[in-house]
Design a protein around this ligand. Structure first.
Ligand code: ADP
Ligand code: MG
Length: 625
């Protein structure tokens, strides 16, 4: 018989399964049971949507057999089964294509992470078994096939006998070694408790022959072992259970079992709604971003069930893009099973559910922000960017929903603050919400433009992400306070000391005109300024486009080369200005040189590229000579 090779990627994954030191080996059972349950779902769904098939509930179940003598566990289901081709296709390749990619990017020594994070499905059988045998007969077929593998060497497929449709998975449990006790997986008690822990809510019965010591009939003190088939799981889906019956651990286990994420969610929202539309749902707010979250590969969506039967595994219409990180499940009696994706989009019930869900997520987040700030900040560090995109997208249509969820780093508090916190402590004379944009907190802290606002005692919000300023522009104002960039020409701060007087303006008019001519269109205006202390120059802007926005827009692919209207502000109280003036009066070459150097300095401070760095350094040398 020919031994087929696993695809290269699967081989690596298998290798990991077999050789890793991993503490949660027990998850193999969760994975295999969930595959069985999916397989029965497929038949159930077929029967519900096709009149020619009858579905007798009693015939559909999962059964676990333990054979201590032969060191085997068998997981048997009456599901849809697999054809020869399906055995080859489904079990010969790695199921979760994302997982290996992730593994490459986050390589760890023992592969611990990848298993915990993805629960890699069928292959987890190799965590406890050295030989895995799959015997399967596809629904509607007369042929059965046996797939077998001892691990990385490959697998074989051959015809075999099986009475009815379904799949048996037989695991030959590994021998104990110094590190691991595999014998425990042959204990009834262990298997029972693993089922209870991870698979309790599976809708189909998970049966097992259970041994119980009972009083022998007709005797008073003689006992005998009675073997009885029992259903181990309670079968009530977790989302149908009463909240009071459930612990945080139950919710976390469900999150892991569903592979919603590898983190611990910061919050779960469990609701039962009865009204215009009825549904049960459990929503999760994750703590960490999935590896592909900020890429186009990421697919949002919730699992959608119609009265207990899964109809879609990622229903994207249930969550808005700005909450695309939310995971979970919705089960509603009001949806038809036969519904197609296209019709679903326009379904009135679904729209109502989606609307409710949006509000529940929003309130859940606000609640966390208010009561569990640490958790919220963790969440915000992962997904804040998505919320800001939400404010910006669709011309600000969702800004009202999102504005109270935003946070920015504060110059005063040295941590993230909300807009509400900012506004509520604004001094009476402060007109605007001030912000400064830059690459990092450290860089913003050194911007000359922040000096005047800070000196005035006003708080500044630091925008370090590209999207920040765009989102805020869309927001325009918060609680009737407008946002103002610290680099805008008009800061709205009245301060006699910092105002340039008319005579000072007049006196230097020619000098500034002359600088403007030298800079040849690079700036719109050159003007006197007193808002800086330490710095001789800075750039500000007129008009709507700020310098930070220019940077962001021009860094995009197919940029349109936009230009902010730049103003070169000269600190007329600075010693450098005296030298500049002297040069203007006495030495035009020097004046030319100074103008160029000062302009380039302003660019550098702003984090903008200078046109000709060689010329700039040569100019500096000239000054030093
Ligand atoms: P996933 O369940 O995420 O698809 P798995 O690795 O767990 O990934 O399973 C791979 C595939 O093998 C499944 O999608 C399914 O098509 C098939 N499969 C696994 N177990 C069974 C089973 N008991 N009955 C029918 N098909 C199965
Ligand atoms: Mg699976």
């Amino acid at each position: 018989m020919e031994t087929k090779q696993f695809k290269a990627e699967s081989k690596r994954l298998l290798d990991l399964m077999i050789n890793s030191i991993y503490t949660h080996r027990e998850i193999f059972l969760r994975e295999l049971i969930s595959n069985s349950s999916d397989a029965i779902d497929k038949i159930y769904y077929k029967a519900l949507t096709d009149d020619s098939i009858t579905f007798d509930k009693d015939n559909y179940y999962i059964k676990i057999y333990i054979d201590k003598d032969n060191r085997t566990i068998k997981i048997s289901d009456t599901g849809i089964g697999m054809t020869k081709e399906e055995l080859d296709d489904n079990l010969g390749v790695i199921a979760k294509s994302g997982s290996l990619k992730f593994k490459k990017e986050n390589d760890t020594e023992d592969g611990h992470d990848i298993i915990g994070q993805f629960g890699v499905g069928f292959y987890s059988a190799f965590l406890v078994a050295d030989t895995v045998t799959v015997i399967s007969k596809a629904f509607g077929s007369d042929e059965a096939y046996k797939w077998e593998s001892k691990g990385v060497e490959g697998y074989t497929i051959e015809p075999c006998e099986k009475d009815s449709a379904g799949t048996d998975i037989i695991l030959k449990i590994k021998e104990n070694n110094e590190d691991e006790n595999y014998d425990e997986y042959l204990e009834e008690y262990t298997i029972k408790s693993i089922i209870k822990k991870y698979s309790d809510f599976i809708r189909y019965p998970i049966k097992m022959d259970v041994t119980e010591r009972k009083l022998k009939e007709g005797t008073e003190n003689e006992y005998e072992d009675i073997i009885e088939e029992k259903t181990i799981n309670s079968r009530v889906p977790i989302w149908r259970k009463n909240k009071n019956e459930l612990t945080d651990e139950d919710y976390d286990n469900f999150y892991a079992e569903k592979h919603y994420g590898y983190d611990k969610p910061i919050k779960h929202i469990h609701v039962s709604v009865d009204g215009m539309v009825s549904y049960n749902s459990i929503l999760y707010i994750p703590e960490k971003t999935p590896y592909d979250f900020y890429t186009k590969d990421y697919e949002k969506g919730l699992e959608l069930y119609s009265n207990g039967v899964m109809i879609m595994n990622k229903c994207s219409d249930l969550v808005p893009d700005y909450f695309s990180f939310v995971k979970g499940i919705v089960d509603s009696e009001d949806l038809s099973l036969n519904i197609s994706r296209e019709i679903l989009q326009h379904d009135r019930q679904l729209k109502l559910i989606a609307k409710n869900i949006k509000t529940q997520i929003k309130n859940g987040l606000l609640d966390t922000l208010k009561n569990e700030r640490d958790k919220y900040e963790k969440f915000y560090n992962s997904f804040g960017r998505q919320l800001k995109y939400g404010v910006y997208s669709e011309f600000g249509a969702h800004k009202e929903d999102l504005q109270d969820l935003l946070m920015f780093y504060s110059s005063k508090e040295k941590k993230l603050v909300t807009l509400d916190e900012y506004v509520s402590r604004m001094p009476e004379d402060q007109k605007y919400i001030y912000y400064a944009a830059g690459e990092s907190i450290e860089r913003i802290e050194k911007l000359p433009q922040t000096e005047m606002v800070s000196d005035k005692g006003y708080e500044i919000l630091y925008f370090t992400e590209d999207i920040d300023e765009f989102a805020i522009r869309m927001l325009m104002s918060y609680k009737e306070k407008e946002f103002k960039s610290v680099s805008s020409g008009d800061l709205g701060i009245e301060d006699k000391d910092q105002e340039v007087t008319e005579s000072e303006e007049k006196e230097n008019k020619d000098l500034f005109e002359s600088m403007k001519t030298i800079l040849d269109g690079k700036v719109k205006t050159v003007k006197a300024s007193k808002r800086m202390k330490k710095y001789p120059v800075c750039l500000s802007n007129e008009g709507d486009l700020t310098i930070e926005m220019e940077k962001v827009l021009n860094s995009m692919p197919n940029n349109e080369n936009v230009k902010a209207e730049k103003v070169l502000e000269i600190n007329i109280n600075h010693d450098v200005f005296k030298s500049l003036k002297e040069a203007y009066d006495n030495d035009k070459d020097k004046f030319n040189l100074y103008t160029n150097v000062l302009y380039n300095q302003a660019l550098l401070i702003e984090g903008l590229p200078i046109n000709d760095p060689v010329e700039f350094t040569n100019n500096i040398c000239k000054i030093m000579k």
